[in-house]
Design a binder for this molecule. Structure first.
Ligand SMILES: [Zn+2]
Length: 79
């Protein structure tokens, strides 16, 4: 085995699919080569994590305390 240059699908840059990574992929049973460079993979992971954290955490507490109290007052004055 040897290092193989691949083109990242996201940023279009060439990155190296190292022997170690190839072994890792083989071990995991992945049939395909990676399509993204490690930077884009990291970015994607972080984005997913961020979305999950945001929707999970933002769901209850901040929304209830903030907008709901603001929401009621203008409505009352209209009535
Ligand atoms: Zn990339």
């Amino acid at each position: 085995m040897q290092d193989r240059p691949l083109i990242c699908k996201d940023c279009g840059r060439e990155f190296i699919f190292t022997v170690r990574e190839q072994e890792f992929f083989k071990e995991k049973g992945f049939g395909n080569d990676p399509v993204r460079c490690s930077d884009c993979r990291k970015a994607k992971k972080q984005a997913q994590r961020g979305n999950d954290g945001h929707s999970g955490g933002g769901y209850g507490a901040p929304r209830n305390s903030g907008p709901s109290s603001n929401y009621g007052q203008p409505r009352r004055s209209r009535y």
